[in-house]
Design a protein around this ligand. Structure first.
Ligand code: SF4
Length: 243
């Protein structure tokens, strides 16, 4: 599962220059979970992260390499929830090391989608998440009460890691929050789109579509992402390999 590796490098470059706060995963130190997604009314909100007009990005990258993800931890670039004073930029990036994904390709794809869905199991008190998959953004409304009770990114990150690690294929999870101004959120969103394209192209490949790159709408993705063409041509290729 090395298809996303170039995107790990791009992510690292986008964060270079920043100095994160880093916390090792502590399963006991999660923020209070509730049964379903939280509703924080405008009148109860302290502020919004990644609101419209602000930078915002959200994506998950997968790898089987321990060099890329070797621990469970939370990183924060920028002010913590208790330090933020108003609307600000926001990115949440998740890096996952996955195992046992070299077998049947359809199973690999399904497993990746299942793992991605873990984010929907994170329902936290006073932390209302609004995802916009088609625009690769995530917006969070934080309640004043949650802030009074001490909500912070370390606990929120731990909650995400706990959710991801419920899947036995997830060996390590790193959750990165970015709230500081000055980072290139637009470029992060571009990485999010590419990650989505990689997963989408996997579907195309698994559907057994013809392997004629010269007329394929996904050529841009496969030209950029190392391993895509090899994957397609390695799977029961039945078309012409005019790549
Ligand atoms: S390898 Fe070629 S045919 Fe297959 S998805 Fe990529 S561009 Fe399309």
């Amino acid at each position: 599962m090395e298809l996303y590796n170039s995107l790990f490098k791009e992510t690292q470059q986008l964060l270079d220059g920043g100095t994160p706060r880093v916390w090792d995963y502590e399963p006991a130190s999660v923020w209070k979970e509730i049964g379903s997604s939280e509703l924080v009314l405008q009148k109860d909100a302290a502020y919004e992260l990644g609101a419209s007009g602000r930078g915002s990005a959200n994506y998950v990258l997968f790898s089987s390499s321990a060099e890329l993800v070797d621990r469970d931890r939370v990183l924060l670039y920028g002010p913590d929830l208790g330090e933020i004073r108003g609307e600000c930029d926001f990115a949440r990036i998740v890096l996952l090391r996955v195992g046992v994904l070299e077998g049947d390709d359809e199973k690999v794809y399904r497993t990746l989608k299942d793992i991605e869905f873990a984010k929907y199991r994170v329902n936290l008190e006073g932390y209302m998440i609004r995802m916009s998959p088609e625009s690769y953004r995530e917006q969070v409304r934080v309640s004043r009460q949650a802030l009074r009770r001490g909500i912070n990114f370390r606990q929120v990150g731990n909650s995400y890691i706990k959710a991801y690690k419920q899947d036995e294929n997830v060996l390590n999870a790193t959750v990165i929050f970015v709230t500081a101004p000055g980072f290139d959120y637009k470029a992060m969103k571009d990485v999010a789109k590419k990650a989505n394209d990689v997963t989408g192209t996997l579907t195309h490949i698994l559907e057994g579509l013809p392997t004629d790159c010269s007329v394929c709408a996904l050529k841009g993705v496969c030209d950029e992402i190392e391993g895509m063409k090899e994957l397609h041509f390695g799977i029961g290729a039945k078309g012409t390999d005019k790549h």
